[in-house]
Design a protein around this ligand. Sequence first.
Ligand code: COA
Length: 167
Amino acid sequence: MTAAFRLEVLGPSHAREAFACGVEALDGYFVRQASQDVRRRASTCFVAVDASSGKVAGYYTLAAGGVPLTDLPEALTKRLPRYPSVPVARVGRLAVDQAFHGQKLGGALLADAALRAMRSDVAVFALVVDAKDDAAEAFYLHHGFERFGVNGRQLIVSLRRFVQEGE
Ligand SMILES: CC(C)(COP(=O)(O)OP(=O)(O)OC[C@H]1O[C@@H](n2cnc3c(N)ncnc32)[C@H](O)[C@@H]1OP(=O)(O)O)[C@@H](O)C(=O)NCCC(=O)NCCS
């Protein structure tokens, strides 16, 4: 995270109504649903706050998950035990307010998610996302994710690879 932004756990002090990333579903989720999902322990939500204005510049959600070993490319799994499911951290949603696009904040949010997953006491092998459209998929491919599985636009990157390449 750059000095221009503070990364915080979503809380009541964050003004969510003004958030506008350009995708209504992601804005609406942030305003109406994110806090409820946190309360129910369905996901955590982190926000990047613009240090100078105090505005919410971006957010992402994170939850534990599993993907079938057989869905993954062999290059990723050859050193893993043959358990049926591989433990992953799922970035459910990630968005940057339009006023802050192009400042490397999206990449910084992804890096923050990877670091938190890497530091977790619960073992996690990779970060996984379901990209909602071609542009989102291109963003994740640009950051080293690769496609896997047969359902939709699922993408994965091993944490080891992501954190090493980001260094
Ligand atoms: C996609 C999104 C998160 C990118 O955020 P951002 O802060 O503008 O992106 P960044 O400045 O961090 O970009 C970092 C890098 O990714 C690249 N990038 C950004 N968006 C990209 C896209 N859609 N496709 C390919 N590359 C992309 C940038 O060119 C930059 O490359 P560089 O590091 O080589 O210079 C933002 O545009 C957004 O919120 N969009 C709407 C919501 C959305 O689609 N969310 C994603 C999935 S749910």
